[in-house]
Write a protein that binds this ligand. Structure first.
Ligand code: GLY
Length: 461
C-alpha cells in the first residue's frame, strides 16, 4: 500500500501558496479562472498551462503583465492506458506555470526555478539533474550552450547536465503552435525507484529520475509541416506538475499517493474490505507495479479527471471531450471489476476527492459535486452489463495463426454488445495479445453497407 504522510508545509495547497508567493515576489501577475475545457472547442481539453496564453505568446494580444503565473487545470488522455504503470503520469493534473512574455531571459528563468526548489522547497542540490536541448541539424538549432552555462554557473555539475534531442527537449503542443527548446529539471528519487540499469538517467522510462519542471525557451512557431519560424518575441514558458512535485515534497511513492488522492484511496480500501468484493481477477502479466496498485491508481486518477471535467461542464457522452470522460469512467469501472468490486462503486470516491481538493474549488463548484457523483454512478451502471458480457466474449477469443486477434472480432463485439474496441484491445494486451486492426474498417464498411441496404428495403427505396 502507498504511504500517506504529508510533511508540514508541503500539503498541495501549501505548495501552491509557496509557488505563488515566490513568483509574485518576482513581479508575476496571476492569471486565474482559465477553464479546463477550451471555450468554443468541444473536442479538446486544455493540455498545458500555456494554452490560455497563446495570444500573448504569439504577440497577438497585450498581456496584463509581461510576467505571468498560473495554476491551470489540464487533462491529457491520449496515453491514458499508460496511467498507473508508472508513478508519474496523471490524466488530470494541476500545472503550475510562470511566464515571461518577451521579458526575462533563459538565465533568469533557470535562476528563479533553482532558487524556488532549493530555498523554498528545501530540495538538496545533489538530487537535482537537468536536461538541455542537444540541438538538431535538420531544424538548424545548435546545442543549447547558454542553458548549459547557466546550470554550471549555478552549481549543477557537468555530469548531471544531460543533452537530449528534439523528441525529448524540443517542447511543442504536440502539433502546430508556439514551441521551443527546453531544459527539464529532474529529481533523483534514488535507486529504490529505479530500473537499476547502468544507463538509467533522466529520460529513462523508470521512476528514479522524476521530471518535476520544464523550462521552455519558447521562441518559435511550429507549422503543420514541422517547419519553424521565430515568434515576435522570446518567451519563457514553464510547467511544474503539482502532483509530481507534491510526491517529492511529501516523500510518497508516486503522484497518486499525495494528499489530494488519500481520502479517495482510503474509501477505495474500505470498499475493498467491505465484503462486497468478488474474487479478484488480477491475472495480468507482471508490470513494473503490481496489477492491484495499477488498478487503484487508474481508478482514483480517472474518477478525479471525470470530476474536474464535470465541473468544467463536460459530462460523459459520445463525442469529443464527452467521449474522453466516458472512456475514463469505463476504464476505471473495468479496473474495479479486476479488483473484484461490485459495481457501481466509483461514485463513492467523488466526495472524498472533492473534499481533498476543497482549497482548489470555487463555491459554485462545491455545490455541483453530489450531482456529478450521481452522473458518474449512472454512467457506470449503464456500463456494468456491457462490461461483464464483453469481458466474457474477450476471454474466449483465440488468436489467429499470426498470433493476432482479428480486428473484425472487436468490431462484432462493439456492434453487438456495445463494448468499446480500445478497451477491448487493452484487455487483450494484458493477455499479451495484439489486434490486427486491418480487418476492423472493412467489417465496419460492410456493416454500414448492409444497414443502408436494409433501410432502403424497409422504406421501399
Ligand atoms: N509548457 C511547458 C509544459 O507544459 O511542460
Amino acid at each position: 500500500m502507498e504511504s500517506t504522510s504529508v510533511p508540514h508545509g508541503y500539503s498541495s495547497p501549501e505548495i501552491v501558496a509557496r509557488y505563488r508567493a515566490f513568483f509574485q515576489a518576482h513581479g508575476h501577475t496571476e492569471l486565474v479562472g482559465s477553464p479546463l475545457a477550451v471555450p468554443g472547442n468541444s473536442t479538446s481539453f486544455v493540455i498545458a498551462g500555456m494554452q490560455p496564453l497563446l495570444p500573448y505568446l504569439r504577440g497577438q494580444q497585450l498581456p496584463p503583465s509581461t510576467r505571468l503565473l498560473s495554476l491551470q487545470r489540464c487533462l491529457r488522455s491520449d496515453d491514458a492506458d499508460a496511467v498507473g504503470s508508472n508513478g508519474r503520469k496523471n490524466t488530470f493534473f494541476f500545472m503550475l506555470g510562470n511566464w515571461s512574455i518577451g521579458d526575462y531571459n533563459k538565465g533568469d528563468a533557470i535562476e528563479m526555478a533553482l532558487s524556488l526548489l532549493l530555498e523554498d522547497f528545501a530540495l538538496h542540490q545533489s538530487t537535482l539533474w537537468v536536461t538541455v536541448f542537444a540541438g538538431d541539424s535538420e531544424l538548424g538549432i545548435p546545442l543549447d550552450e547558454t542553458a548549459v552555462e547557466h546550470w554550471l554557473r549555478l552549481g549543477i555539475p557537468y555530469e548531471r547536465i544531460v543533452p537530449l534531442g528534439a523528441e525529448d527537449n524540443l517542447w511543442t503542443m504536440g502539433g502546430p503552435g508556439p514551441c521551443g527548446p527546453c531544459s527539464e529539471i529532474y529529481v533523483d528519487r534514488g535507486l529504490a525507484f529505479g530500473c537499476g540499469l547502468p544507463t538509467c538517467r533522466p529520460g529513462c522510462a523508470c521512476d528514479r529520475f522524476l521530471e518535476v519542471w520544464n523550462l521552455v525557451f519558447m521562441e518559435y512557431e511550429r507549422f503543420t509541416d514541422g517547419s519553424l519560424a521565430p515568434l515576435p518575441q522570446r518567451n519563457i514558458d514553464t510547467g511544474m506538475g503539482l502532483e509530481r512535485i507534491a510526491s517529492v515534497l511529501q516523500g510518497v511513492e508516486s503522484a497518486f499517493s499525495i494528499d489530494l488522492y488519500q481520502p479517495a484511496l482510503s474509501r477505495l480500501n474500505e470498499q475493498l474490505s467491505e465484503g462486497n468484493r468478488q474474487r479478484p481477477d488480477l491475472s495480468m502479466p507482471v508490470l513494473p507495479v503490481t496489477p492491484e496498485v495499477r488498478a487503484r491508481r487508474v481508478i482514483v486518477d480517472h474518477v478525479r479527471a471525470a470530476l474536474f471535467a464535470g465541473l468544467a461542464g463536460v459530462l460523459p457522452g459520445r463525442d469529443g471531450c464527452a467521449s474522453v470522460v466516458r472512456r475514463l469512467i469505463r476504464r476505471a469501472a473495468r479496473q474495479g471489476h479486476l479488483l473484484g468490486l461490485q459495481q457501481p462503486f466509483l461514485n463513492e470516491l467523488v466526495v472524498p476527492l472533492a473534499q481533498a481538493h476543497d482549497a482548489f474549488l470555487r463555491v459554485e463548484e462545491r455545490a455541483q459535486v453530489s450531482t456529478l457523483a450521481r452522473m458518474i454512478a449512472d454512467e457506470e451502471r449503464r456500463f456494468t452489463y456491457v462490461l461483464a458480457r464483453g469481458l466474457q466474449y474477450l476471454a474466449h477469443l483465440e488468436p489467429d495463426q499470426q498470433g493476432h486477434i482479428p480486428g473484425e472480432r472487436l468490431f462484432v463485439l462493439h456492434a453487438e454488445k456495445g463494448f468499446p474496441p480500445d478497451l477491448a484491445a487493452e484487455v487483450l494486451a494484458e493477455r499479451g495479445l495484439s489486434v490486427d486492426w486491418s480487418s476492423y474498417e472493412p467489417a465496419l464498411a460492410e456493416h454500414r453497407r448492409i444497414s443502408r441496404l436494409s433501410a432502403a428495403r424497409h422504406f421501399g427505396l
